[in-house]
Design a protein around this ligand. Structure first.
Ligand code: ADP
Ligand code: SF4
Ligand code: MG
Length: 249
């Protein structure tokens, strides 16, 4: 089982990229588990028809010790196993603590042994890389980290912070940095800026994902591009990303 964490600034396109990647990996015969680690809890929505799924935190609150795997895992398109950690009530509680509780619940319920995914992908908000949001990097939760960024200053700033957090744990044999994923916002000189950043943080750009309105067209149907437009050039891009990530193994 391979465990991959995908970080990036809010709104940069992590969930879009991750759900298309999961669906592409599923098309290649892999059993994929996608775990949303963002209080927005919409990581998996395009795999399940656009509807929110029950979050682990909310289900824990309602059912306490009676939570079962079936309550928090929804099988999405292509058989992708969809989970959302969820978040605290706004203004109260710690989102990072929520991620930790969600991970503890998955371990207690033997989620990984039961479903035996080939690949687990954590989709993690990377605006604040505090102890809680760094959890997927720690204690063996993930083997590799990829960072989604565009050429916008704020997303590159977040990417640089995330890379710093990965370095913090490098000596302890935790996750290593697999590379940047450029999700284009069509900023001037974008490729150059992101390549320069990748050199500064000692990694590479593993995939350039163009900006393309077909992403919204699929999203409006509650679908990934891979599901809705299998012949589209964007599906080819997500399939290529899946191939590259499989090769890293
Ligand atoms: P995040 O998970 O990082 O908060 P999302 O994946 O929810 O971001 O994406 C934010 C918005 O950007 C979505 O509405 C999505 O449709 C759009 N988007 C993401 N990637 C692309 C792309 N390559 N081309 C066009 N639109 C995109
Ligand atoms: Fe929790 Fe991190 Fe927010 Fe602090 S910054 S309250 S640790 S999520
Ligand atoms: Mg998201």
């Amino acid at each position: 089982m391979r465990k991959i964490a995908i970080y990036g600034k809010g709104g940069i396109g992590k969930s879009t990229t991750v759900s298309n990647l999961s669906r592409a990996l599923a098309a290649k015969g892999k059993t994929v588990m996608q775990i949303g680690c963002d209080p927005k809890a919409d990581s998996t929505k395009n795999l399940v028809g656009g509807q929110p799924i029950p979050t682990i935190l909310k289900t824990l609150k309602e059912k306490k010790k009676n939570v079962q795997l079936e309550d928090i895992i929804v099988e999405g398109d292509g058989g992708v196993l969809c989970l959302e950690a969820g978040g605290p009530t706004p203004g109260i509680g710690c989102a990072g603590r929520g991620i930790i509780s969600a991970f503890e619940t998955l371990e207690t319920l033997h989620a990984y042994d039961t479903y035996q995914p080939d690949i687990v992908i954590y989709d993690v908000l990377g605006d604040v890389v505090c102890g809680g949001f760094a959890m997927p990097l720690r204690n063996g939760y993930s083997d590799e980290v990829y960072i989604v960024t565009s050429g916008e200053m704020m997303s590159m700033y977040a990417a640089s912070n995330i890379a710093g957090a990965v370095r913090q744990f490098a000596n302890r044999d935790y996750a290593s940095l697999g590379g940047l994923i450029l999700n284009a916002k069509n900023i001037e000189n974008e490729e150059h800026l992101v390549h320069k950043l990748s050199q500064e943080i000692g990694t590479g750009v593993i995939q350039h994902i163009p900006r393309n309105p077909v992403v919204q067209k699929a999203e409006h149907q509650g679908k990934t591009v891979v599901e809705a437009y299998p012949e589209d050039e964007m599906t080819y891009v997500y399939m290529t990303l899946a191939d590259k990530i499989l090769k890293e193994d």
